[in-house]
Ligand binder design. Structure first.
Ligand code: UTP
Length: 408
Protein backbone atom coordinates (compact mmCIF):
# COMPACT_ATOMS: atom_id res chain seq x y z
CA UNK A 1 0.00 0.00 0.00
CA UNK A 2 1.35 3.45 -0.86
CA UNK A 3 1.34 6.37 1.55
CA UNK A 4 -1.44 8.04 -0.44
CA UNK A 5 -3.58 4.92 -0.33
CA UNK A 6 -2.96 4.58 3.40
CA UNK A 7 -4.02 8.20 3.96
CA UNK A 8 -7.23 7.59 2.02
CA UNK A 9 -8.09 4.50 4.06
CA UNK A 10 -7.30 6.20 7.37
CA UNK A 11 -9.35 9.27 6.48
CA UNK A 12 -12.33 7.09 5.63
CA UNK A 13 -12.20 5.59 9.13
CA UNK A 14 -11.08 8.66 11.10
CA UNK A 15 -7.69 7.09 11.94
CA UNK A 16 -5.28 9.70 10.45
CA UNK A 17 -3.41 9.98 13.78
CA UNK A 18 -1.70 6.65 13.01
CA UNK A 19 0.70 8.44 10.65
CA UNK A 20 1.76 10.96 13.30
CA UNK A 21 5.32 9.62 13.48
CA UNK A 22 5.60 8.43 9.86
CA UNK A 23 8.34 10.89 8.89
CA UNK A 24 10.50 9.79 11.85
CA UNK A 25 10.50 6.14 10.80
CA UNK A 26 13.15 4.26 8.82
CA UNK A 27 12.09 3.10 5.32
CA UNK A 28 11.63 -0.46 6.61
CA UNK A 29 9.47 0.75 9.50
CA UNK A 30 7.44 2.91 7.14
CA UNK A 31 6.80 -0.08 4.94
CA UNK A 32 5.83 -2.16 7.94
CA UNK A 33 3.37 0.46 9.11
CA UNK A 34 1.77 0.80 5.68
CA UNK A 35 1.29 -2.93 5.32
CA UNK A 36 -0.21 -3.13 8.80
CA UNK A 37 -2.65 -0.35 7.87
CA UNK A 38 -3.52 -2.26 4.73
CA UNK A 39 -4.12 -5.53 6.57
CA UNK A 40 -6.19 -4.10 9.40
CA UNK A 41 -9.94 -4.55 9.28
CA UNK A 42 -11.18 -1.10 10.33
CA UNK A 43 -14.81 -1.73 9.47
CA UNK A 44 -15.32 -3.67 12.73
CA UNK A 45 -14.21 -0.67 14.80
CA UNK A 46 -17.35 1.22 13.86
CA UNK A 47 -19.27 -1.15 16.13
CA UNK A 48 -17.93 0.55 19.26
CA UNK A 49 -19.85 3.72 18.45
CA UNK A 50 -22.81 1.99 16.80
CA UNK A 51 -23.73 -0.74 19.25
CA UNK A 52 -26.89 -1.42 17.25
CA UNK A 53 -24.61 -3.12 14.71
CA UNK A 54 -24.09 -5.90 17.26
CA UNK A 55 -26.55 -8.78 17.03
CA UNK A 56 -29.27 -9.08 19.66
CA UNK A 57 -30.06 -12.26 21.55
CA UNK A 58 -33.07 -14.31 20.44
CA UNK A 59 -35.66 -15.98 22.65
CA UNK A 60 -33.96 -17.78 25.52
CA UNK A 61 -35.29 -21.05 27.00
CA UNK A 62 -33.74 -23.72 29.25
CA UNK A 63 -31.70 -26.59 27.77
CA UNK A 64 -31.67 -29.89 29.69
CA UNK A 65 -28.31 -30.83 31.14
CA UNK A 66 -27.00 -34.38 31.52
CA UNK A 67 -26.66 -34.46 35.29
CA UNK A 68 -24.05 -36.25 37.39
CA UNK A 69 -26.52 -39.00 38.42
CA UNK A 70 -27.22 -39.94 34.80
CA UNK A 71 -23.52 -39.83 33.98
CA UNK A 72 -22.65 -42.06 36.93
CA UNK A 73 -25.35 -44.58 35.95
CA UNK A 74 -23.91 -44.84 32.43
CA UNK A 75 -20.25 -44.19 33.17
CA UNK A 76 -18.94 -47.54 32.01
CA UNK A 77 -20.76 -47.51 28.69
CA UNK A 78 -19.87 -43.86 27.94
CA UNK A 79 -16.24 -44.42 28.88
CA UNK A 80 -15.91 -47.47 26.72
CA UNK A 81 -17.35 -45.61 23.69
CA UNK A 82 -15.00 -42.70 24.38
CA UNK A 83 -11.92 -44.90 24.73
CA UNK A 84 -12.81 -46.65 21.51
CA UNK A 85 -12.94 -43.30 19.70
CA UNK A 86 -9.61 -42.23 21.22
CA UNK A 87 -7.93 -45.53 20.34
CA UNK A 88 -9.28 -45.18 16.81
CA UNK A 89 -7.45 -41.85 16.54
CA UNK A 90 -10.73 -39.98 16.22
CA UNK A 91 -10.07 -37.44 18.97
CA UNK A 92 -7.72 -34.45 19.01
CA UNK A 93 -7.25 -31.78 21.68
CA UNK A 94 -6.95 -28.03 21.10
CA UNK A 95 -5.38 -25.83 23.76
CA UNK A 96 -6.45 -22.20 23.45
CA UNK A 97 -3.41 -20.31 24.67
CA UNK A 98 -3.50 -17.17 22.56
CA UNK A 99 -5.00 -14.91 25.25
CA UNK A 100 -3.09 -12.13 26.94
CA UNK A 101 -4.08 -13.02 30.50
CA UNK A 102 -4.11 -9.33 31.38
CA UNK A 103 -6.02 -9.91 34.62
CA UNK A 104 -3.27 -12.15 35.94
CA UNK A 105 -0.87 -9.32 35.28
CA UNK A 106 2.13 -11.29 34.05
CA UNK A 107 3.72 -10.49 30.70
CA UNK A 108 4.61 -14.13 30.07
CA UNK A 109 2.15 -16.59 28.50
CA UNK A 110 -0.31 -17.78 31.14
CA UNK A 111 0.69 -21.41 30.73
CA UNK A 112 4.18 -20.51 31.94
CA UNK A 113 2.85 -19.38 35.29
CA UNK A 114 4.28 -21.40 38.17
CA UNK A 115 1.36 -22.26 40.44
CA UNK A 116 3.51 -24.47 42.67
CA UNK A 117 4.62 -23.39 46.14
CA UNK A 118 7.03 -26.02 47.35
CA UNK A 119 7.95 -27.18 43.87
CA UNK A 120 7.72 -25.91 40.30
CA UNK A 121 4.31 -26.66 38.85
CA UNK A 122 3.51 -24.73 35.71
CA UNK A 123 0.02 -24.35 34.31
CA UNK A 124 1.11 -26.04 31.05
CA UNK A 125 2.51 -28.87 33.15
CA UNK A 126 -0.85 -29.37 34.93
CA UNK A 127 -2.73 -29.50 31.63
CA UNK A 128 -0.32 -31.81 29.88
CA UNK A 129 -0.20 -34.03 32.97
CA UNK A 130 -3.99 -34.34 32.87
CA UNK A 131 -3.96 -35.24 29.19
CA UNK A 132 -1.17 -37.75 29.72
CA UNK A 133 -3.42 -39.66 32.13
CA UNK A 134 -5.80 -40.34 29.24
CA UNK A 135 -2.93 -41.14 26.88
CA UNK A 136 -1.76 -43.81 29.34
CA UNK A 137 -5.23 -45.15 29.94
CA UNK A 138 -6.02 -45.42 26.22
CA UNK A 139 -2.46 -46.49 25.48
CA UNK A 140 -2.33 -44.21 22.46
CA UNK A 141 -1.09 -40.69 21.75
CA UNK A 142 -3.58 -37.89 21.13
CA UNK A 143 -2.74 -35.03 18.77
CA UNK A 144 -2.50 -31.81 20.76
CA UNK A 145 -2.93 -28.55 18.84
CA UNK A 146 -1.77 -25.42 20.65
CA UNK A 147 -3.05 -22.02 19.60
CA UNK A 148 -0.81 -19.08 20.41
CA UNK A 149 -0.78 -15.48 19.20
CA UNK A 150 1.95 -13.27 17.73
CA UNK A 151 2.39 -11.86 21.23
CA UNK A 152 3.27 -15.12 22.93
CA UNK A 153 4.15 -17.68 20.27
CA UNK A 154 7.92 -17.67 20.58
CA UNK A 155 7.92 -17.69 24.36
CA UNK A 156 5.40 -20.55 24.46
CA UNK A 157 7.26 -22.76 22.00
CA UNK A 158 10.58 -22.05 23.71
CA UNK A 159 9.18 -22.84 27.15
CA UNK A 160 7.57 -26.11 26.14
CA UNK A 161 10.67 -27.16 24.21
CA UNK A 162 12.90 -26.32 27.17
CA UNK A 163 10.69 -28.49 29.38
CA UNK A 164 10.62 -31.37 26.88
CA UNK A 165 6.85 -30.85 26.51
CA UNK A 166 6.45 -32.11 30.07
CA UNK A 167 6.68 -35.67 28.84
CA UNK A 168 4.35 -35.31 25.86
CA UNK A 169 5.59 -36.77 22.60
CA UNK A 170 6.74 -33.83 20.49
CA UNK A 171 5.46 -35.25 17.17
CA UNK A 172 1.96 -35.03 18.62
CA UNK A 173 2.19 -31.34 19.52
CA UNK A 174 1.29 -28.85 16.76
CA UNK A 175 1.40 -25.08 17.16
CA UNK A 176 -0.57 -22.52 15.23
CA UNK A 177 -1.06 -18.80 15.72
CA UNK A 178 -4.31 -16.90 15.76
CA UNK A 179 -5.18 -13.66 14.02
CA UNK A 180 -4.74 -10.24 15.61
CA UNK A 181 -7.15 -7.30 15.69
CA UNK A 182 -6.57 -3.60 16.29
CA UNK A 183 -7.20 -2.25 19.80
CA UNK A 184 -8.75 1.20 20.28
CA UNK A 185 -9.61 3.85 22.81
CA UNK A 186 -13.24 4.34 23.84
CA UNK A 187 -13.90 6.44 20.72
CA UNK A 188 -12.75 3.68 18.39
CA UNK A 189 -9.40 5.33 17.58
CA UNK A 190 -6.67 2.74 17.14
CA UNK A 191 -3.80 3.07 19.61
CA UNK A 192 -0.16 3.03 18.54
CA UNK A 193 2.07 0.71 20.56
CA UNK A 194 5.19 1.87 18.77
CA UNK A 195 5.73 4.83 16.47
CA UNK A 196 5.53 2.50 13.50
CA UNK A 197 3.16 -0.10 14.91
CA UNK A 198 -0.58 -0.22 15.54
CA UNK A 199 -1.65 -1.63 18.85
CA UNK A 200 -3.06 -5.07 18.26
CA UNK A 201 -4.30 -7.89 20.40
CA UNK A 202 -5.40 -11.46 19.73
CA UNK A 203 -8.86 -11.44 18.12
CA UNK A 204 -10.53 -13.68 20.69
CA UNK A 205 -10.74 -17.44 20.96
CA UNK A 206 -13.55 -17.84 18.40
CA UNK A 207 -11.26 -17.89 15.38
CA UNK A 208 -9.39 -21.01 16.49
CA UNK A 209 -10.71 -23.35 13.82
CA UNK A 210 -10.14 -20.86 10.99
CA UNK A 211 -6.59 -20.27 12.27
CA UNK A 212 -5.97 -24.01 12.55
CA UNK A 213 -7.04 -24.36 8.93
CA UNK A 214 -4.94 -21.40 7.78
CA UNK A 215 -1.91 -23.04 9.37
CA UNK A 216 -2.48 -26.11 7.17
CA UNK A 217 -3.32 -28.32 10.15
CA UNK A 218 -6.75 -29.35 8.89
CA UNK A 219 -4.93 -31.64 6.49
CA UNK A 220 -3.29 -33.34 9.44
CA UNK A 221 -6.70 -33.63 11.13
CA UNK A 222 -8.04 -35.39 8.04
CA UNK A 223 -5.01 -37.59 7.54
CA UNK A 224 -5.07 -38.70 11.16
CA UNK A 225 -8.82 -39.44 10.93
CA UNK A 226 -9.69 -37.01 13.73
CA UNK A 227 -13.46 -36.55 13.94
CA UNK A 228 -13.72 -34.76 17.26
CA UNK A 229 -11.76 -31.83 18.63
CA UNK A 230 -11.79 -31.13 22.36
CA UNK A 231 -11.17 -27.41 22.78
CA UNK A 232 -10.09 -26.18 26.19
CA UNK A 233 -8.80 -23.07 27.93
CA UNK A 234 -5.27 -22.65 29.21
CA UNK A 235 -6.29 -21.47 32.62
CA UNK A 236 -8.34 -24.27 34.21
CA UNK A 237 -5.67 -26.33 35.91
CA UNK A 238 -8.05 -29.11 36.97
CA UNK A 239 -9.77 -29.78 33.73
CA UNK A 240 -10.00 -33.23 32.22
CA UNK A 241 -8.98 -33.18 28.58
CA UNK A 242 -10.12 -35.81 26.06
CA UNK A 243 -12.23 -37.21 28.89
CA UNK A 244 -13.43 -40.63 27.60
CA UNK A 245 -16.73 -40.47 29.50
CA UNK A 246 -17.58 -37.02 28.09
CA UNK A 247 -16.63 -38.09 24.57
CA UNK A 248 -18.65 -41.31 24.82
CA UNK A 249 -21.73 -39.48 26.15
CA UNK A 250 -21.62 -36.93 23.31
CA UNK A 251 -21.28 -39.69 20.72
CA UNK A 252 -23.99 -41.88 22.24
CA UNK A 253 -26.42 -38.95 22.44
CA UNK A 254 -25.76 -38.16 18.75
CA UNK A 255 -24.86 -34.58 19.50
CA UNK A 256 -22.48 -32.58 17.30
CA UNK A 257 -21.01 -30.71 20.24
CA UNK A 258 -20.59 -31.48 23.92
CA UNK A 259 -20.11 -28.74 26.53
CA UNK A 260 -18.80 -29.41 30.01
CA UNK A 261 -20.83 -27.42 32.53
CA UNK A 262 -20.79 -26.89 36.29
CA UNK A 263 -23.53 -25.91 38.69
CA UNK A 264 -23.16 -22.22 39.40
CA UNK A 265 -22.15 -21.33 42.93
CA UNK A 266 -24.59 -18.40 43.00
CA UNK A 267 -27.37 -17.25 40.66
CA UNK A 268 -25.27 -14.24 39.67
CA UNK A 269 -21.93 -16.00 39.27
CA UNK A 270 -19.96 -14.53 36.35
CA UNK A 271 -20.06 -17.50 33.99
CA UNK A 272 -21.90 -17.97 30.70
CA UNK A 273 -24.93 -20.22 31.07
CA UNK A 274 -25.99 -22.94 28.65
CA UNK A 275 -29.48 -22.49 27.21
CA UNK A 276 -31.58 -22.59 24.06
CA UNK A 277 -31.82 -19.47 21.94
CA UNK A 278 -34.55 -19.50 19.32
CA UNK A 279 -34.63 -23.28 19.69
CA UNK A 280 -30.88 -23.80 19.13
CA UNK A 281 -28.19 -24.44 21.73
CA UNK A 282 -26.57 -21.26 22.96
CA UNK A 283 -24.82 -19.55 25.83
CA UNK A 284 -26.13 -16.51 27.57
CA UNK A 285 -23.43 -14.37 29.16
CA UNK A 286 -23.72 -13.54 32.85
CA UNK A 287 -24.33 -9.85 32.12
CA UNK A 288 -27.21 -10.77 29.82
CA UNK A 289 -29.01 -12.79 32.52
CA UNK A 290 -31.93 -10.83 33.93
CA UNK A 291 -33.06 -11.07 37.55
CA UNK A 292 -36.16 -12.86 36.27
CA UNK A 293 -34.12 -15.48 34.43
CA UNK A 294 -31.99 -16.06 37.51
CA UNK A 295 -35.15 -16.94 39.47
CA UNK A 296 -36.84 -18.95 36.71
CA UNK A 297 -37.49 -22.68 37.24
CA UNK A 298 -37.54 -25.45 34.62
CA UNK A 299 -40.25 -28.16 34.21
CA UNK A 300 -38.76 -30.13 37.17
CA UNK A 301 -38.81 -27.11 39.45
CA UNK A 302 -35.02 -26.71 39.28
CA UNK A 303 -33.34 -23.36 38.49
CA UNK A 304 -33.64 -23.02 34.71
CA UNK A 305 -30.33 -21.30 34.01
CA UNK A 306 -28.00 -22.85 36.50
CA UNK A 307 -25.23 -24.52 34.54
CA UNK A 308 -22.18 -22.51 33.57
CA UNK A 309 -19.81 -23.37 30.73
CA UNK A 310 -16.15 -23.88 31.61
CA UNK A 311 -14.66 -23.57 28.11
CA UNK A 312 -14.26 -27.28 27.51
CA UNK A 313 -16.12 -28.30 24.36
CA UNK A 314 -16.05 -31.33 22.11
CA UNK A 315 -16.79 -30.35 18.51
CA UNK A 316 -17.55 -32.60 15.56
CA UNK A 317 -14.96 -31.75 12.89
CA UNK A 318 -17.52 -32.16 10.10
CA UNK A 319 -19.73 -29.51 11.74
CA UNK A 320 -16.77 -27.19 12.26
CA UNK A 321 -16.01 -27.38 8.57
CA UNK A 322 -19.60 -26.50 7.74
CA UNK A 323 -19.24 -23.51 10.04
CA UNK A 324 -16.21 -22.11 8.26
CA UNK A 325 -18.39 -20.08 5.91
CA UNK A 326 -20.26 -18.33 8.71
CA UNK A 327 -19.27 -15.18 10.57
CA UNK A 328 -19.38 -15.11 14.32
CA UNK A 329 -20.77 -12.08 16.16
CA UNK A 330 -18.32 -9.46 17.37
CA UNK A 331 -17.74 -8.77 21.07
CA UNK A 332 -16.35 -5.46 22.23
CA UNK A 333 -14.38 -6.01 25.40
CA UNK A 334 -12.98 -3.39 27.75
CA UNK A 335 -9.30 -4.08 28.47
CA UNK A 336 -5.99 -2.53 29.49
CA UNK A 337 -4.14 -1.63 26.30
CA UNK A 338 -0.51 -0.44 26.25
CA UNK A 339 -0.23 2.71 24.13
CA UNK A 340 1.99 5.66 23.19
CA UNK A 341 0.96 8.83 24.97
CA UNK A 342 1.03 12.35 23.51
CA UNK A 343 4.78 12.55 24.02
CA UNK A 344 5.41 9.23 22.27
CA UNK A 345 6.18 7.35 25.50
CA UNK A 346 4.86 3.81 26.04
CA UNK A 347 2.27 3.60 28.83
CA UNK A 348 1.11 0.34 30.41
CA UNK A 349 -2.20 1.32 31.99
CA UNK A 350 -3.27 0.06 35.42
CA UNK A 351 -6.96 0.20 34.54
CA UNK A 352 -8.90 -0.53 31.34
CA UNK A 353 -8.46 2.24 28.78
CA UNK A 354 -10.18 0.99 25.65
CA UNK A 355 -11.59 -1.84 23.64
CA UNK A 356 -10.48 -5.05 22.03
CA UNK A 357 -12.61 -6.66 19.34
CA UNK A 358 -13.12 -10.38 19.67
CA UNK A 359 -14.93 -13.42 18.39
CA UNK A 360 -15.67 -16.00 21.04
CA UNK A 361 -15.75 -19.78 20.96
CA UNK A 362 -19.01 -19.78 22.91
CA UNK A 363 -20.78 -18.28 19.89
CA UNK A 364 -19.87 -21.38 17.90
CA UNK A 365 -22.29 -23.37 20.05
CA UNK A 366 -25.23 -21.44 18.65
CA UNK A 367 -24.24 -22.47 15.13
CA UNK A 368 -24.53 -26.14 16.05
CA UNK A 369 -27.67 -28.22 15.60
CA UNK A 370 -27.38 -30.15 18.84
CA UNK A 371 -25.41 -29.83 22.05
CA UNK A 372 -24.97 -32.09 25.06
CA UNK A 373 -24.40 -30.06 28.23
CA UNK A 374 -22.46 -32.51 30.41
CA UNK A 375 -22.26 -31.77 34.13
CA UNK A 376 -18.95 -32.13 35.94
CA UNK A 377 -18.20 -31.63 39.63
CA UNK A 378 -16.81 -28.14 39.91
CA UNK A 379 -14.60 -28.98 42.87
CA UNK A 380 -12.93 -31.65 40.76
CA UNK A 381 -12.76 -30.06 37.32
CA UNK A 382 -12.97 -26.30 37.59
CA UNK A 383 -10.06 -24.30 38.94
CA UNK A 384 -9.66 -21.27 36.66
CA UNK A 385 -6.67 -18.99 37.11
CA UNK A 386 -7.86 -15.56 36.00
CA UNK A 387 -6.73 -13.22 38.79
CA UNK A 388 -3.77 -13.08 41.20
CA UNK A 389 -6.07 -13.18 44.26
CA UNK A 390 -9.75 -13.55 45.15
CA UNK A 391 -12.28 -15.23 42.87
CA UNK A 392 -10.93 -17.55 40.13
CA UNK A 393 -7.40 -16.84 41.20
CA UNK A 394 -4.01 -18.37 41.79
CA UNK A 395 -5.03 -18.67 45.46
CA UNK A 396 -8.34 -20.43 44.82
CA UNK A 397 -6.82 -22.74 42.18
CA UNK A 398 -4.04 -23.76 44.58
CA UNK A 399 -6.62 -24.74 47.22
CA UNK A 400 -8.55 -26.79 44.68
CA UNK A 401 -5.41 -28.51 43.41
CA UNK A 402 -4.55 -29.51 46.98
CA UNK A 403 -8.09 -30.73 47.60
CA UNK A 404 -7.67 -33.00 44.61
CA UNK A 405 -4.47 -34.45 45.96
CA UNK A 406 -2.09 -32.55 43.71
CA UNK A 407 1.17 -31.73 45.48
CA UNK A 408 1.91 -28.07 45.00
P1 UTP B 1 -9.93 -15.18 28.66
O1 UTP B 1 -11.30 -14.83 28.25
O2 UTP B 1 -9.70 -15.44 30.10
O3 UTP B 1 -8.95 -14.06 28.11
O4 UTP B 1 -9.50 -16.45 27.81
P2 UTP B 1 -7.40 -13.80 28.36
O5 UTP B 1 -6.97 -12.85 27.29
O6 UTP B 1 -6.61 -15.06 28.45
O7 UTP B 1 -7.32 -13.12 29.79
P3 UTP B 1 -7.65 -11.64 30.29
O8 UTP B 1 -9.14 -11.46 30.07
O9 UTP B 1 -6.84 -10.69 29.45
O10 UTP B 1 -7.28 -11.65 31.72
C1 UTP B 1 -10.10 -17.71 27.90
C2 UTP B 1 -9.26 -18.69 27.09
O11 UTP B 1 -9.23 -18.31 25.72
C3 UTP B 1 -7.90 -18.12 25.29
C4 UTP B 1 -7.11 -17.83 26.54
O12 UTP B 1 -5.73 -18.12 26.34
C5 UTP B 1 -7.81 -18.76 27.51
O13 UTP B 1 -7.38 -20.09 27.34
N1 UTP B 1 -7.86 -16.98 24.34
C6 UTP B 1 -8.43 -15.80 24.66
C7 UTP B 1 -7.22 -17.17 23.15
O14 UTP B 1 -6.68 -18.26 22.86
N2 UTP B 1 -7.20 -16.11 22.27
C8 UTP B 1 -7.77 -14.91 22.55
O15 UTP B 1 -7.69 -14.01 21.70
C9 UTP B 1 -8.40 -14.76 23.78
Amino acid sequence: MTLTQAKEKLEAYGQEHLLKYYEELSPAEQEGLLSQIEATDMEVLKACRNREMLPEKGKIAPLAVMRLSEIQANEEAFTSTGLEAIRGGQVGAVLLAGGMGTRLGSDAPKGMFNIGQTRELYIFQCLIGNLLEVVRRADTWIHLFVMTSDKNHEATVQFLTDHAFFGYRQEYVHFFTQEMAAATDYEGKIYLEEKGKLSTSPNGNGGWFISLKKAGLLELVHQAGIQWLNVFAVDNVLQRIADPCFIGATIQKHCVVGAKVVQKNAPDEKVGVICLEDGRPSIVEYYELTEEMMQEKDADGEPAYYYGVILNYLFSVAELERLLEKRLPLHIVEKKIPYLDETGKLVKPEAPNGYKYENLVLDMIHQMESCLPFEVEREKEFAPVKNPTGVDSVESARKLLEKNGVEI
